[in-house]
Design a protein around this ligand. Sequence first.
Ligand code: BTN
Length: 342
Amino acid sequence: MTDFQETTHEELILGLLVDGGTDYVSGETLSGKLGLSRTAVWKVVNALRRQGYRIEAVPSRGYRLLEAPDRLTALEVLPLLETHDLGRTLHAFETVDSTNSVAFRLAVEGAEHGELVVAEHQTHGRGRRGRSWASPGHLNLHCSFILRPELPPQRAPELTLLSAVAVAESLRAEGVPADIKWPNDLLVAGRKVAGILTELSAEADRIHFVVLGIGCNLNAGREDFPDELAATATSVLLVTGRRVVRAAFAASLCKRLEDWLDVHGAQGFRPVRERWRALSTTLGQEVLVTSERREVRGLAVDVDEDGALRIRTAGGAEERVLAGDVEQVRPRLAPPPPPRAW
Ligand code: BTN
């Protein structure tokens, strides 16, 4: 397992160049802000260049960032963050078994709210209900947030729906018309573009921590998916024809997730539920929900105050489901009208 930890000077200089945008940042400004000599600044810039950054240097004007490599280390992500907590401590790996497993271990060891684990490649990426998650290297986003919400465990499903809202909004900002299938699958025209695996450590009345694992198919092409997913998976690249700057996507996801967590903390689940409803395709559909214990078929009527899906079955009764897989099924044919009396 390789943990990339970059030096502070590189992060700081990169941050200042990112803030400078298309303007030059003078060597004097950089050396003043970092308390380094101009020669030391030059050495840091060269170290960044060796890592794939294209940095222009023009005498008497300064430095300008032209291009950053498509990586997901602290060096690329931190300068783009606009959050107070989420992603500020970033554990970036080349290869892990599963970012959720790593995040879970870190949380047990005391990692704080907002810490983020990302990996280029997962050898055992996990999906919901014991499935695996295809994780080809250097193309997509595989990440897990450690959250420490002040919530009783029975309210944890609210975070599942909240995270789906944040991911849907991040995808839409990339031009991908992603919809949510209850509880938190992200689909485009019926194909899966992202998935979320929420894991919990709690006691009866208190959540210790939540690990929110998010997998987004960003730059994967057709050939990058295993054969069995060819018909059911898609990516941002396949939908829009454009590659995603993954560090920027990760930063945008951190911001949206944090904003929704703040709304949830201040106003409760209601506004999250409203937004989820607007982004979901499940409501109003005839569905079959399969959970570990049972199957329920009927019309998806609404999501409840606690995130449960309410289904009206054929007999007219309403059932609540808190976890499971939703399959959209063809509506039953309406019963024939009664014979008319002449
Ligand atoms: C699903 O739709 O079944 C959930 C998929 C969740 C995949 C992500 S990738 C990052 C994190 N690490 C994992 O092992 N799983 C989640």
